[in-house]
Write a protein that binds this ligand. Sequence first.
Ligand code: FES
Length: 93
Amino acid sequence: MKTSKPLFRKYLLVCENEREEGACCAKRGGLVLRELLKDEVKKRGLASKIRVSRTGCLDVCSEGANVLLMPDNVWFKGVEPKDVQEIMRFVCG
Ligand code: FES
């Protein structure tokens, strides 16, 4: 095993987990959110510093859609497309 520093300054982890039954972020717009966040990061010229990545279940499914900003350790719950700009304020803050 090797260790190294992360390639990116920050990571936005967007839950896209899908369940047939019950709450899940896929049903609450997780896939669309990831695309919107990726587009916004690119638009701001931050793609070499900020990585938007899909993740599996973060175990708070009923509060989705969920996005986690690391290493800031900020959790965004109940995220909707209209929240992308506010999330970017945290990312760039
Ligand atoms: S499905 Fe997103 S937190 Fe569980």
